[in-house]
Design a protein around this ligand. Sequence first.
Ligand code: SAM
Ligand code: 2KA
Ligand code: SF4
Ligand code: MG
Length: 235
Amino acid sequence: MTLRIAEIFGPTIQGEGALIGEPTVFVRAGGCDYRCSWCDSLHAVDSQYRHSWTPMSTEDIWRQIRKLSKDQPLTVSLSGGNPAIQDFGPLIRMGKAAGYRFACETQGSIARQWFADLDTLVLSPKPPSSGERVDWDAFDACRTLGAQARQQVMKIVIFDEIDYHWAREVHAHHLDIPLYLQPGNPEVDPATPVDPQTLADRLGWLTELAMTDHWFAPRILPQLHVLIWGNKRGV
Ligand SMILES: C[S@@+](CC[C@H](N)C(=O)[O-])C[C@H]1O[C@@H](n2cnc3c(N)ncnc32)[C@H](O)[C@@H]1O
Ligand SMILES: Nc1nc2[nH]cc(C(=O)O)c2c(=O)[nH]1
Ligand code: SF4
Ligand SMILES: [Mg+2]
């Protein structure tokens, strides 16, 4: 059985959410059941990039992770696209047996048995600005499996006030897991440099919005890798 892989890269630091700053190798799966208007990883989503996705066996992926990490166990971050389209169960079992840890980023639209074997499940339901609509039954199924993972967290991208109020409402239904907010990055073309001041202004806007609203539940974070490397791929 092979998996469609858009890229494997690292070691780098996890730039977002609960594991921010943690050294990690990324495995980016090709293919997504969503197409968010502001997706920063379209090369792993849009079928026009299909030809660049490599069919790899679990053993191929595992070999590449070990090579990049020089056999030193670290956290492997499964992202995409939606990694939940494919079966990462065998890779997780192989890696864990060697002392590696596994995190997975998914929008919560497809539940997988292997979520239960993760160290960290990051559920990132998509706000109105994405143009997608959340299937809450599927999301709840992800939450149920994620409850068996070592930790389960939620991360929501915020572009505007509508997204912000949506996130407050979503959080009210999921008070039992930690919530991370990150401002949306409106510039996602890898060829266009990001303006650090624009990113800082968006982070400031979101922070002030939550503080004046006295919403103290979420942690509010920038995308650290975007501050460091802009929209460069493979970092
Ligand atoms: C590229 S997605 C891949 C994993 C999965 N499909 C998902 O959306 O959770 C990884 C993370 O990047 C976030 N993201 C995507 N585009 C973004 C943007 N323009 N600004 C900020 N975060 C973004 C997503 O919301 C998600 O939390
Ligand atoms: N360094 C780094 N951190 C990240 N956190 C989430 C990412 C993703 O695209 O899923 C990502 C990424 O692509 N690079
Ligand atoms: S769900 Fe994730 S990978 Fe898919 S389009 Fe949205 S942000 Fe991009
Ligand atoms: Mg990204």
